[in-house]
Ligand binder design. Structure first.
Ligand code: PLP
Length: 436
């Protein structure tokens, strides 16, 4: 692949290579997609599996007992942040701003509790059923008994992760009894590795990129038929686990009297790494809420992997390294240089656009979320605020925005140690002070 040829055909690639912030609008958005193989029935199947496992989750993870073993996050109104951030960045935001607080999701404190845990549960169900130790009508709380732990200990679960996916998969897989290995890139945070080791997970570290960690992990797992490899670069199950959030959000919107129709469009701003979590979420939202919900992703200027893949139509056939970028970012959940095999294809007609952002901005938003809303997010989790700021000029020209609803999807934060929050806050505050 020739970069000069690519930039001639797609002028925005030049801006990406120059680390400029861009807003890419998907030319195929809203068209029919005859190749879309995932369906609404797949979402309901995933949702039902979560419900079958809820009695198990409630006993194995007592922090989920209050919600009867269902893992869900609140939808929170952000009055103070809306007033503050729009003033500082100098733009109008008609309508109301909310936060989908996946930073509060039990177990991993991140959006990865959706996809990662879903795939582990699906594997556990299959193994138990293959051994005639489980039927669909059982109370799955029995999976917490020692006989199942013994059974699962004969199998392995492996995953490559920048951190949060490893946390969600590692914690649940190890609890069930699986021999669990998490392959991590060098840039993964030490506390994430420590947490995993403390619950008995085998953490393997790699110098170099996430792509190398996941590739090596996949190769090792392929040699051993008793090991299930959870593939962040192409798993349909991860995708569907994320998508179930849409069924839950639909009810939260109704319960909070937030309509979604042509006069009340809903805009959802999601951070993207490989594109799995925002992709699965967007797929779910479009299937459940229909044409008046619109998703826009946010990616670091140093790691615009999903937008590069979608814009050029090359999807996982191109990486940010191919256009000379270093793939490094403070937003460690987003440090993925190559998009998933699934995201670009599934999102071809479902995603409205993607904005890229400078790292400094997520540090600033992280500090501002603390100051205005007293919420501790990790920097990646605030990227949606950048996509929101960058898309309003376009949206006001194309939509009836007066009664719009905006949801910034906060993707992580709860398990981040306080010293890390303090460090991020300090960096963000210093940047804000400089900007004054
Ligand atoms: C993983 C992650 C994302 C992005 O998810 P992908 O599936 O990699 O696109 C965003 N924010 C946080 C905090 C994450 O851990």
């Amino acid at each position: 692949m020739d970069v000069a040829e690519l930039t001639a055909k797609y002028p925005l690639v030049k801006d990406l290579a120059a680390l400029k912030e861009i807003l890419w609008l998907n030319p195929d958005y809203g068209k029919d997609d005859p190749d879309l193989t995932l369906t609404q029935a797949d979402l309901f199947d995933a949702s039902a599996r979560f419900e079958r496992f809820a009695p198990y989750m409630a006993v194995a993870f007592p922090e989920t007992a209050a919600t009867n073993g269902i893992l869900e996050s609140p939808l929170r109104r952000l009055n103070a942040m809306q007033a503050h951030v729009t003033k500082r960045e100098g733009y109008d935001l008609p309508g109301a701003l909310y936060l989908k607080a996946d930073n509060e999701l039990p177990i991993s404190g991140s959006i990865k509790s959706r996809g990662g845990i879903y795939e582990v549960l699906k594997i556990a169900e299959k193994v138990a059923m293959d051994h005639n130790m489980l039927v669909y009508g059982d109370n799955y709380a029995k999976l917490n008994e020692p006989a199942y732990h013994d059974l699962f200990s004969q199998y392995g679960i492996a995953v490559g992760s920048t951190g949060n996916l490893g946390l969600s998969i590692g914690i649940v897989a190890a609890k069930l009894g699986f021999n669990t290995t998490v392959h991590m890139s060098m840039d993964a945070k030490q506390w994430k590795k420590d947490t995993l080791r403390s619950v008995g997970v085998n953490v393997v570290e790699y110098d170099g990129s996430f792509t190398k960690a996941i590739t090596t992990g996949r190769e090792l797992a392929a040699k051993d038929p008793s090991v299930f490899f959870i593939d962040d670069e192409g798993s349909k199950d991860l995708f569907l686990g994320y998508g179930v959030s849409a069924i839950r959000l639909q009810k939260q919107l109704r319960d909070q009297n937030i309509p979604v129709d042509e006069d009340h469009p809903l805009f959802v701003y999601l951070p993207a790494g490989v594109g799995g979590s925002p992709g699965g979420t967007t797929f779910g939202l479009k299937k459940i809420l229909g044409p008046n919900v619109h998703a826009i992703f946010a990616e670091p200027t140093h790691v615009p992997s999903v937008v590069l893949g979608m814009m050029t139509g090359m999807n996982d056939g191109i990486s940010v390294y191919d256009i000379g970028l270093d793939g490094l970012t403070e937003a460690d959940g987003l440090a993925v240089g190559r998009p998933s095999r699934l995201a670009g294809r599934v999102l071809k007609t479902l995603l409205m656009g993607i904005a890229t952002f400078d790292d400094d901005r997520v540090m600033e938003y992280t500090a501002e979320m603390m100051d205005t809303e007293h919420m501790n997010l990790e920097p990646s989790a605030t990227a949606g605020f950048a996509a929101m700021a960058e898309s309003q000029a376009y949206l006001s020209d194309h939509f009836n925005m007066a009664n719009a609803t905006h949801i910034v999807w906060a993707t992580g934060g709860m398990l981040v140690p306080q010293y890390e929050h303090d460090r991020n806050y300090k960096i963000g505050k210093a940047l804000l002070d400089q900007g004054k």
